[in-house]
Design a protein around this ligand. Structure first.
Ligand SMILES: CC(C)(COP(=O)(O)OP(=O)(O)OC[C@H]1O[C@@H](n2cnc3c(N)ncnc32)[C@H](O)[C@@H]1OP(=O)(O)O)[C@@H](O)C(=O)NCCC(=O)NCCS
Length: 166
């Protein structure tokens, strides 16, 4: 999937969406760490996993090697500027559904359709496996992400209620 990049600064390169490979590890880990930092600043304590550094790298290496997961990257030239993971959930008594995680687009690449294109690729990947129900968990404090998912047709379906004892 190749999309024209609308901004003048990106006129010489196009946004390309492709499956991630082990060679993308360093760039995917870098974007994933940035996602953790941004989400930790927006969400309350205890909502965003704390792994970073080596643990995040090991987790990502394992996930990229797992061909049962769909990992997608958006690239501009040689740079990976967006990432998205899709895993198929299998729960007794519930039809299989796709879980989207690790959605992140680097600030310079935002609002150019990268997330829309990544979700399109993940939807095609899941659809080829007979899965049309895609879900994503967002933090209520992340207004941008909620606006983006809403624009992409993802509507609230369940709410996690939380009470933390003092
Ligand atoms: C949320 C995020 C992934 C969106 O990525 P993006 O590439 O900028 O999104 P797109 O350009 O593909 O936009 C998809 C839709 O969301 C809307 N959207 C994107 N950013 C928006 C914003 N700041 N405010 C309102 N709507 C927005 C777009 O208008 C678009 O809808 P449209 O095509 O109907 O116009 C990106 O802002 C990001 O990485 N944020 C930090 C990390 C994060 O919050 N990740 C999500 C965790 S659940």
């Amino acid at each position: 999937m190749t999309l024209p990049a609308p901004s003048a600064t990106a006129a010489s390169s196009a946004l390309v969406i492709r499956r991630a490979s082990a060679q993308d590890l360093a760039m995917v880990v870098g974007l994933r760490a940035a996602l953790r930092r941004e989400e930790q600043a927006l969400a309350g304590a205890g909502l965003v996993p704390e792994e970073s550094g080596g643990a995040l790298r090991d987790l990502t290496r394992r996930q990229l090697a797992d061909t049962s997961q769909g990992w997608f990257v958006a690239t501009l030239g040689n740079e990976v500027c967006g990432i998205l993971r899709c895993a198929i959930a299998r729960r007794d008594g519930v039809a299989r559904y796709g879980v989207l995680t690790t959605a992140y687009v680097s600030p310079a690449c935002r609002q150019r359709g990268a997330l829309r294109a990544l979700v399109g690729a993940a939807a095609d990947w899941a659809g080829a496996r007979g899965v049309s129900d895609l879900r994503v968990r967002t933090n209520t404090g992340n207004a941008t992400a909620n606006a983006a998912w809403e624009a992409l047709g993802f509507v609230p379906a369940q709410v996690i209620r939380r009470r933390v004892h003092p």
